[in-house]
Design a protein around this ligand. Structure first.
Ligand code: ATP
Ligand code: MG
Length: 267
């Protein structure tokens, strides 16, 4: 989409992999096993989004919806200090970057659907304060559906309907307000014949050598616009993370490597 802007994730090599950053007006999913860096990318995104476009940001505040407790507030603080020290002369330093991140914990998919009208109000009225909201993070979407649903047809129907309401609501907001929307997702073991694999290129190796694919199956896969897959490879104490773009209508398949340090993500 020509009219979509990009937001830096604060790591040049990942940005390059993403052709300049994460696009606005669509839903980007970050998928990977536990500890692969999904939350770290999201935390860094909501900080980098506050930078001006000349520095790859969106001059924007963010809404961070978390579904797993506790929210890593100390890590966010640590990353914000690191960002401030690398952009000392910027507006960012005039007040606390954490004041431009709205945190909201939710516990179920229904809870999320009920929250959508409030999110829209928040997007409209937050504008009058500091920077408008330009980013919504949902970390993680998988947790909202964990063990809540059985496998009978009724539950699958109810589940798909919730996928549709959540992603439809987020897409509408993304387009209307020019937002970057990032959702994180877990992986499940690849099983031959698994419905989420049938639409192709979805299975990847994780650190233990298992073949895995994104959780929530094909009906959720159809709800997101692009998907970034994270995996890790531990050599000594240095953990190298690999990100590959599984599908993105606007980009070719590509991959990059990064590490996570105290100061954030580095290529
Ligand atoms: P989950 O699915 O369990 O939520 P995740 O993909 O969100 O996992 P993250 O929390 O993003 O995983 O990544 C955790 C990893 O980030 C840790 O294993 C660690 O390697 C790295 N990390 C986190 N904080 C720091 C820090 N202060 N210094 C260095 N590395 C850190
Ligand atoms: Mg996480």
């Amino acid at each position: 989409d020509e009219k979509s802007e990009k937001c830096t994730v604060g790591c040049p090599i990942l940005d390059r992999n993403l052709n300049g950053g994460i696009p606005t007006k669509s839903i980007t999913e970050v998928v990977g096993e536990s500890g692969s860096g999904k939350t770290q990318i999201c935390l860094q995104l909501v900080l980098s989004a506050q930078l001006p476009p000349s520095h790859g940001g969106l001059n924007g505040s963010s809404l961070y919806i978390y579904t797993e407790y506790p929210f890593p507030i100390r890590r966010l603080k640590q990353l914000s200090l690191s960002l401030l020290s690398s952009h000392p002369n910027h507006l960012l330093s005039s007040s606390d970057p954490l004041s431009r991140i709205i945190l909201r914990g939710i516990s179920s998919a229904e809870n999320f659907v009920e929250l959508l009208p409030d999110i829209e109000l928040c997007l409209r009225y937050w504008k009058s304060r500091l920077l408008p909201i330009r980013v919504i993070v949902v970390d993680s979407i998988a947790a909202l559906f964990r063990s809540e649903f059985g496998n009978c047809c009724f539950d699958l129907k109810r589940r798909s309907s919730l996928f549709f309401k959540i992603s439809g609501g987020l897409k509408l907001l993304a387009e209307r307000f020019g937002l970057v929307v990032v959702v994180t997702n877990q992986v499940v073991d690849f099983i031959e014949g698994n419905e989420s694999v049938r639409i192709g290129n979805f299975s990847e190796l994780c650190s233990s050598g298992r073949r895995v694919c994104p959780a929530l199956g094909i009906s959720w896969a159809n709800c997101v616009n692009s998907r970034i897959f994270l995996s890790k490879d531990q050599t000594g104490i240095k953990i190298t993370r690999f990100s590959s773009l599984l599908f993105a209508p606007h980009l070719p398949l590509s991959s990059s490597q990064f590490v996570i340090t105290e100061k954030g993500l580095f290529g």
